[in-house]
Design a protein around this ligand. Structure first.
Ligand code: SF4
Length: 151
């Protein structure tokens, strides 16, 4: 499957109220939104070593990760990194075929908190998966951003 439709975070009035089980039939549209992370997330993802986190400034770390294509934007004011996205909007860590997170156990706090925290708390940009295979995979896997943490 190719990437899902990129989510427009300025049109949250079109979002769906989150409910248990909603993720199982979804094309992981929440994983096409920009993901903001902090240094502890980067440590957990293995993108930054503890020594580097202790001895380098977030700005220096951001420059390295931008050079490596992992970070697309860095807010100096808030020391927040935004992960790069693929051309279609998918997160770097989203498996384009299964629509599952490939780093689920190490995913950033932003992902763990969605949709309780986000552009429209309690609502998500649900969009149905467009193949039966994807739905089966999502329903049977018990992992991925969608569902496992909320079921
Ligand atoms: S849950 Fe995984 S794939 Fe989805 S946005 Fe977060 S890190 Fe990326």
């Amino acid at each position: 499957m190719s990437s899902a439709v990129r989510v427009d975070i300025d049109r949250t009035e079109t979002w769906t109220r989150y409910r248990k089980g909603l993720c199982e039939g979804c094309a992981a549209r929440c994983c096409t939104m920009p993901v903001e992370v902090r240094v502890p997330d980067l440590l957990r993802l293995g993108l930054v070593e503890p020594f580097e986190a202790e001895h380098e400034t977030p700005a220096v770390i951001a420059r390295r990760l931008q050079r490596e294509g992992i970070v697309g934007h860095f807010s100096h004011k808030h020391a927040i990194f935004t992960l790069s996205q693929r051309a279609g909007g998918d997160c770097l860590y989203l498996d384009g075929k299964s629509r599952l997170c490939t780093v689920y156990e190490r995913r950033p706090d932003t992902c763990r908190q969605h949709p309780a925290v986000g552009p429209r708390p309690g609502y998500c940009p649900y969009g149905p998966a467009d193949t039966a295979a994807a739905s089966v995979t999502l329903a049977s896997s018990g992992r991925g951003k969608r569902g496992a943490s909320r079921s």
